[in-house]
Design a protein around this ligand. Structure first.
Ligand code: ATP
Ligand code: 5RP
Length: 407
């Protein structure tokens, strides 16, 4: 049983399309839809959005994932949705260029959809997509808030193929809403709505290597144009995107290896999982002994390590003004099945059975980063998010948590 709020018809105003609750009842079934209505308002592009009202009892859990373009958000999302099971697909029968991915449990929306200026508009106004002036944070806030409260929204679509703003698509409140893109933690109001936040912090050297790999090899761009595009984005990236990492509950930092002196290939990576202490329902992962400082080279008899080997570090640290735990992996795995050896030395990884991390990594061995810390830490963060979701839901319904967790 849960508390449901009944919404009745309401007068519209120009800034808010969410009706005012009038009565609160105790004891409705969690999923019961109490009332349905439609509200309309105009946005600055002249479209109208309708709002569907459902019972707000089972509130959506909202996760924010921030990173620059081409920094592995889609790959991370594929790992995350896989942890929850079921395939993630674009809305059925909708715009073929939709950026949304829906699975049984999760809906991933791309914040590019809140660009208020299309490609031409940005060119005319001489702003990049990273500039807040090119994005509608009021609408982002209203819609994420509505979804969190169990209210469906008509979300705009930014079409990356045409560079235009397409007609909106209906997004229903999922169990877990992931908002991924350039600015999930930029606007304080949106930030407040997040139950958990992640920042993918890819160093310039590595970003460049990944961009070359994708945009040169797969999209036929020239080296000069890739360099120019990174340089053109850098000032706005530094001003508006990078500072968001201070707010993240978990940061996955990707740096060049230190195992190969003066490495400039960017293939072997040093990856750091920076986990904020004191976040409700999130217990940082640790290696061997919680709170200690550990350095571990696991290349003994149980793990095949070719040059330059693998090195783990773990320990407490400070990040911005926050107390954090940092787990670091430098190097790459030769054999993914042997990851179980590393997994068995990690604690608080929120698996439901022994070897679940290794199983997930083997399942997606073809995803970028599966042989190094990017894949490992993305998988672990996915499991932590599942755990956080289950704890949050249990706390709301008062149901006991299942006792099947291994770690
Ligand atoms: N962990 C990784 N290791 C190596 N390369 C990676 C990794 N993650 C991503 N890449 C490279 O970066 C490219 C972009 O990855 P992905 O599509 O996941 O990023 P994105 O942030 O969603 O990009 P965009 O915002 O441009 O759609 C991949 O095609 C791949 O070449
Ligand atoms: O930083 C980005 C987010 O992924 C894109 O550059 C932005 O969305 C603009 O997209 P496009 O280049 O397709 O017009």
């Amino acid at each position: 049983m849960a508390i449901c709020t009944v919404y009745t018809s309401h007068s519209l105003n120009s800034t808010c399309s969410i009706p005012t609750p009038t009565k609160t009842y105790l004891g409705f079934n969690q999923k019961q839809v109490i009332f349905f209505t439609t509200s309309k308002r105009s946005n600055r592009r002249g479209s109208s959005y309708s709002t569907e009202i459902s019972c707000a009892a089972e509130k959506t859990v909202v996760i924010g994932l921030a990173a620059d373009s081409g920094c592995g958000k889609s790959t991370f999302m594929r790992r995350l949705t896989s942890v929850f099971g079921g395939a993630a697909e674009p809305p059925k029968g909708g715009n073929p260029d939709s950026n949304t991915l829906i699975s049984d449990t999760t809906t991933v929306i791309c914040l590019d959809d809140y660009h208020s200026l299309d490609r031409t508009g940005r060119k005319v106004n001489k702003v990049t997509a990273l500039d807040p002036k090119a994005n509608d944070f009021d609408l982002m806030y209203e819609q994420v808030k509505a979804l969190k409260e169990g209210i469906a929204v008509q979300k705009p679509i930014y079409n990356h193929v045409s560079g235009l703003l397409d007609p909106p698509e209906l997004i229903k409140p999922p169990k877990i809403l992931v908002i991924e893109g350039l600015h999930p933690m930029y606007d304080a109001r949106v930030r407040e709505l997040l139950d958990f936040s992640i920042y993918l912090d890819i160093s310039n050297e590595v970003k460049f290597a990944w961009k070359i790999q994708r945009d040169m090899a797969e999209r036929g761009h020239s080296l000069e144009s890739i360099k120019a595009s990174i340089e053109a984005r850098k000032p706005d990236f530094d001003a508006y995107i990078d500072p968001q990492k201070q707010y993240a509950d978990a940061v996955i930092e990707v740096l060049p290896t230190t195992l190969i002196p003066d490495d400039n290939e960017g293939k072997v990576l040093r990856v750091r999982l920076i986990m904020k202490e004191g976040v409700k329902y999130f217990n940082p992962v640790y290696l061997f002994d919680e709170g200690s400082t550990i350095s571990w080279i696991p290349c003994g008899r149980k793990l095949t390590c070719s040059y330059p080997g693998i090195k783990f570090n773990y320990g407490p640290d400070a990040y911005y003004d926050n107390e954090v735990s940092v787990l670091e992996m430098d190097g790459q795995f030769d054999r993914l099945d042997e990851l179980i050896y590393v997994e068995s030395h990690l604690s608080n990884i929120s698996t439901k059975f022994y070897g679940e991390v290794t199983q997930q990594m083997l399942k997606h061995a073809d995803f970028p980063g599966s042989n190094n810390g990017t894949g490992l830490f993305q998988t672990i963060v996915g499991l932590k998010i599942r755990d956080l979701y289950e704890q949050l839901i249990a706390s709301r319904t008062g149901a006991p948590l299942e006792a099947s967790k291994v770690k």
